[in-house]
Design a protein around this ligand. Sequence first.
Ligand code: NAD
Length: 510
Amino acid sequence: MTLIDTEQFTVRRVSEGNNSPASHNVSGILPLPLPPGGHFIGGSFVPGSSTHFIDVVDPTTEQVIASVKAGTAADVDVAVEAAVAAQKSWGATTPKERSEVLNLIANIIDANREAFEIIESANTGKPRTVAEDDVSSTIDTFRFMAGASRTLTSMAGGDYATGHTSVILREPVGVVGVITPWNYPLLMAAWKIAPILAAGNSIVLKPSEQTPLSTLKLAELLAGRIPDGILNVVTGQGRTVGQRISEHPDVALVALTGSVVSGQAVAETAAKSVKRVHLELGGKAPVVVFPDADIRAAAAGVRNAGYWNAGQDCGAACRVLVHESVAAEFTEHLVREVSTLVVGAPEAGDDVEIGPMISRPHFERVKESLAEAKAAGLHMAIGGSALEGPGYFIEPTVISNVPAGAHVATHEIFGPVVTVETFNSTEEAITRANESPYGLSASVWTRDSSLSLSVPKQLDFGTVWVNSHLVLACEVPWGGFKGSGYGRDLSLYALDDYSRTKHVMINHGA
Ligand code: NAD
């Protein structure tokens, strides 16, 4: 197989950027629009019961940019009390009234776009284009749910027993606990907040301890403008704040986006109070490339969907399965595509597409995966190493000629690393794609209209794209099968997940 030479990626620093000065305080040029400290409970910021703080780090500089309160179980209890009180009147509002509040939230975020983009980039190191996309998608999520909630309906009632009339009601579940991850902090919060509020519930939300700033900023901007107590935010660790949310008897449902291990912990705790659970967990998306596919388009698709957000995406196109007859051609195109990716800090240039890993521990984990692949003799077609610090940057990497079952191709790396395996029949492609503990998303690349329907039907994934990857829309559901969890974000299915069905049967004695 002929491949172009591995290029040496370098990380572009602020001073090397081709852009105007940085708009956040990494280089001390402009102040970061930080939210107030403390927890947001009952409509205002409170100090909480602990004197401990958690440092928030900019992963491009490894510098502490803020610190937030390390919340306690007692703080969660206060927040739940506020949420219970607020839910009574919120749950009694009409869909139209709730829709107006959701549209107001969308307007407030829209009016403060830049602050959110700056905060998100500073806290995660993600390029401004990714942060801009996150904020636009966040606004769209609130707008969609504002409209969708007004269409919610239930099965028509009727007379099914003599002298009795049945009415079917959709009701809020009550207080919903929400636990969010660090990869899209604001957007993942919006995916929960919008449908949960739209369905008439109140919320106690714990953002990732690594990326709490944009969620706190949202709380700051919403204070006094939405009913007090319908959205409460408690910052802190999963094992304390997340644990208490999962076990609290007055929390009716807990929704987590995060790793499989955290999902298992939440589900286990929630089982004790028979709490409903909604889990959006990890993924390892296969990209199945058939010999008749547009190979250039497939390679370009993986360039975008495999490396967006530095591959820290549960739907990332990270595991290519390509027919052996076109594997060399595909890999050559992919390596060429990947060689054009620019790595750097957000303010180092508008062309930066790859930011850092979120934290030192995650950076070490990705490096370990690469070292393990090298030790197993796998071929680094491009990249394969960490870049010199400061900052947790990894070279965009393609690992080619990966054998079936290799660890690097079966476990979630969550970094800018794409593996390439080959197959020689459609049956083998389907079997190998399904041989994964995850079932979140997959893509199929073919120009054959028959394969474009028959293969997705046989793939065990909650989303299957054909000749595309990682394209999302608020109208369509997102969520996994198998180890990727259960429940659906976005679409009318999310509204369904966050409400409950009640049957009222009236004996009218006829
Ligand atoms: P994580 O599981 O480490 O943390 C997620 C959240 O869970 C954090 O707020 C954390 O504090 C909390 N948590 C951790 N342990 C807990 C416990 N025992 N009880 C309660 N809460 C606990 O995940 P992460 O590293 O922040 O995010 C990356 C993971 O999220 C990846 O596996 C990724 O695939 C997944 N993810 C999935 C989706 C999806 O839609 N399926 C979207 C984004 C991220």
